[in-house]
Ligand binder design. Structure first.
Ligand SMILES: *[C@@H]1O[C@H](CO)[C@@H](O)[C@H](O)[C@H]1NC(C)=O
Ligand SMILES: *[C@@H]1O[C@H](CO)[C@@H](O)[C@H](O)[C@H]1NC(C)=O
Length: 252
């Protein structure tokens, strides 16, 4: 009898977990139909950020602070200006010090939309780069290390997804992630190991720092493309592994 009871308990626990991850170990969950869902989400996202900063190995979620990106390619054309940049071993640091100010969820059986208002005091980015620039017939090549520090970022994360029924339950597939950070200040520094263009390095740095607002605005669409992919990938590590009803349960 005692054995049978134990067996039933083990079986029940196994079934309840369904071989899936116990998400509440890592993230606070919020009832999607509760009146307080947005307040709950402010706390859930704030806590969640601390959890995912170091990554969640059980869910195969990579560490997001520092976030390491192997490479990033940018190609920019504007009239006579052409620039190509390949950045490698990129580290982005500072996300975990973000503050979550507000959250707005619209979630039902057909769609999922979440907006989160965020501020981040300081983001540091560093890595290696190889760059090529052309202005009419003038051509410059450079390579070395780069460092960019941004302060007082104000932005909203926007996630969109679609709930999909599978044999294992309903899961939300995130298909869009969008953000457009306003930046208080930005300072960049490039080192250049190319002897042919070395003497231009200081000029380049001065130009970049004096015109960072313009450069940021011009490069934003290219970088947003990159963030979109990262945001979707990281979000889906969680959303596609944890059923909708566990991640955002219905209270009633
Ligand atoms: C459902 O779960 C099983 C076991 O974890 C897995 O093998 C299968 O691929 C899953 N089905 C879908 C549609 O994800
Ligand atoms: C960014 O900050 C780090 C340390 O906080 C510093 O080492 C680096 O030189 C800074 N970069 C720039 C471009 O100011």
């Amino acid at each position: 009898m005692k054995f049978l009871l134990k067996y039933v308990l083990v079986l029940a626990t196994t079934l309840a977990c369904n071989g899936l991850v116990d998400i509440e170990k890592y993230l606070k969950v919020c009832d999607r139909d509760s009146e307080d869902v947005n307040d709950c989400l402010i706390e859930a996202v704030q806590d969640g950020l601390a959890s995912v900063a170091d990554g969640i190995p059980d869910l195969d979620v990579p560490p997001v602070d520092p976030y390491n990106q192997k490479d990033l390619r940018l190609e920019y054309k504007n009239n006579q200006i052409y620039a190509k940049l390949i950045a490698k071993d990129i580290y982005v640091e500072g996300l975990k010090n973000s503050k979550i100010h507000d959250a707005r969820l619209k979630a039902d059986e057909d769609r999922f939309h979440l907006e989160v208002d965020v501020t981040t005091p300081r983001i540091k980015i560093r890595g290696q780069y190889i760059g090529e620039g052309r202005y009419n017939s003038l051509q410059i090549r450079a390579n070395g290390q780069f460092s960019t520090n941004m302060t007082d970022l104000v932005y909203t994360w926007k996630l969109d997804g679609v709930p999909k029924k599978t044999e294992n339950g309903t899961f939300v597939r995130i298909n869009a992630f969008y953000m457009r950070p306003d930046v208080g200040d930005m300072k960049s520094l490039l080192t250049n190991e190319n002897p042919d263009s070395k003497e231009l390095t200081e000029l380049g740095n001065r130009f970049t720092n004096q015109n960072w607002r313009l450069l940021y605005r011009e490069l934003l669409p290219y970088v947003q493309d990159n963030w979109n992919k990262i945001g979707i990938r990281v979000a889906n590590k969680i959303f596609l592994k944890v059923p909708y009803d566990q991640l955002f349960p219905l209270k009633s």
